[in-house]
Ligand binder design. Sequence first.
Ligand code: CA
Length: 447
Amino acid sequence: MSNFPRRKFISTVAASVAGSFLLKGCLGNPPETSTTTTTTVASPNTAVSGQLETNTVKLGYLPIVESAPLIIAKEKGFFAKHGMTDVEVAKQANWGAARDNVEIGSAGGGIDGGQWQMPMPYLISQGVITKNSVKLPMYILAKLNTQGNGIAIAKKHEGKQVGLDLKTAKDYILGFKGTGTPFKAAYTFPKANQDFWIRYWLAASGIDPDKDVNLITVPAAQTVANMKTGTMDGFSTGDPWPYRLVSEKIGFISALTAEIWPNHPEEYLAMRADWVDKNPKAAKALLKGLMEAQQWCDKPENRTELAQIVSKPGYFNVPITILQGPFQGKYDLGDGKPVVNDFKKSVLYWQDEKGSVSYPYKSHDLWFLTESVRWGFLPKDTLGKAKEWIDKVNREDLWKEAAKELGIPASEIPQSISRGVETFFDGVKFDPEKPEAYLSSLKIKKV
Ligand code: CA
């Protein structure tokens, strides 16, 4: 496995539109002059506490809504406000490229960290998905978002009641197995969020994702092409893809992740541990910039501008129209389903009905590790080691320090490292105190 092609790790154009984008209406601590660019914020930096070890960092991102706070922190000058004046947000060709780039590190032309699906920071720290199984310790610093993902189904399956609850469509889906071409669905990286969401959704209705259907890793563009030609049945992915498939009349949305697990943990900011250990103040400065960006992103009145910024060619390079609806919680699901119009079902970045979105609850990391055991992605004894792993990787302590330094009110700083019992759409509960009980309660699993 060591000879896989060295990917073009600078698969990106760093999306820097420096100089062309003026700070306007920057929240919080506006620069003295309105002509300061995002890369050269030169106003006296009262927000910077103490000298930072570095002002430079390179963060990877994928062109899906999860990355919006990283892009906004850069574009709106929130990173710079806290002294991180040289932050590059670098588009990654795919999740595998992001992993390769973080292994290389910025010194070698890669990245220092950035946006991750879960439990990628754990899989990299443990050497599960790295080259030659080398362990590269990483730290999780914050959660980027909740919701904003969904499962899209190809148009040819319209009218078969393929929805959130699959019970009435179960026989229809299972029927393809007998034809020799089982129902086939894709995600963009295995053993991480979007794989988990579609597995959970299928299994909740009695469909075994390993035996009854064919789940595979396929790049987004190819999946869309295959859905058009009818050779792919489903796609588990982040916005703007699900809505884009509806608007281009290629398919419909069977389930939003906001419905599968309301206010679920989605993607995270995680960094190489050596970068954070070497630059602890800069790490907190990054966090403060991110937090301000997350607050900005969550204001409904900013969502139109948010769509304008991230849709640009340097970032997502998509028509703004396919982002505007989802950013407001307006989802045309297709297939004759009622239109969803609920901001609380949109991608959220700072606060949701359960409290903090940005704070990285350790109980959520435990769910991702437990779910990895459920599907045989990690060995069963992982549960015995989970606490040790989580205490090493999850740096919620840094999040709290940064939040306090930023003046975040105590009411918005979680008191516990656990969000408590979680409930899924089918009524199943995950009690972080009893992950084994959750595993035994599940009918379909590999463990
Ligand atoms: Ca995602």
